[in-house]
Design a protein around this ligand. Structure first.
Ligand code: HEC
Length: 165
């Protein structure tokens, strides 16, 4: 009886852990942080990717610049300067930033899925840059904000799948 109970409890725990993971994926890209509260119970399913140590530090530093860039884009939009937001996005995250980030050097250490996530971020940022430039013409902010959301979705997607440490 005792053994049965132990199994039942363990099974329930596994089920709820599985549910938490599924929930996490369901909410990807949406503004729902509910899974964060259960962070400790969610198994880390991210794939470990082995980079040379100096490239790990370089990449992580790049990441902090990515986040800074999102902040600056948001500030430019809020200040009514969509052209500035477009320029920042294209130069620092868009297709124009590939050389800046040494993308070709890093790509060879990445599994295909991670490369694709990187490419989709660069493409999304270049699409955002176009939408942000359009704001100056149309005065319509929604497409730009939506395109910025797509950039963030690319960040979230890669982070959900891969880790370097
Ligand atoms: C191609 C994959 C990929 C994309 C796209 C990506 N990241 Fe990352 N990011 C990573 C990995 C891998 C790590 C390291 C995670 C780990 O090892 O725990 C990381 C770490 C970070 C960190 C933590 C830095 C630190 O000091 O520890 C920040 C902040 C970050 N990313 C921001 C962003 C932002 C913002 C974007 C989108 C504009 C983005 N990243 C897009 C893969 C990616």
């Amino acid at each position: 009886m005792r053994a049965f109970l132990t199994y039942a409890v363990a099974g329930a725990a596994m089920l709820s852990a599985g549910f938490a993971v599924a929930q996490h994926h369901d909410h990807q890209g949406k503004t729902d942080n509910s899974h964060m509260e259960h962070g400790a119970t969610v198994a880390d399913t991210r794939e470990f990717v082995k980079f040379p140590p100096d490239l790990v530090e370089h990449t992580i530093a790049n990441m902090r610049d990515h986040l800074l860039t999102l902040q600056q884009i948001n500030e430019a939009l809020a200040a009514g300067e969509p052209e500035k937001a477009a320029k920042i996005a294209e130069e620092r995250l868009g297709m124009s930033s590939l050389r800046l980030h040494g993308a070709s050097e890093v790509a060879k250490y990445m599994p295909q899925g991670m490369q694709d996530a990187g490419t989709s971020m660069h493409k999304a940022a270049s699409r955002f840059a176009i939408e942000a430039q359009n704001v100056g013409v149309t005065g319509e902010m929604k497409p730009a904000v939506g395109a910025l959301g797509q950039v963030m979705a690319a960040c979230v997607g890669c982070h959900a799948g891969y880790r370097l440490k």
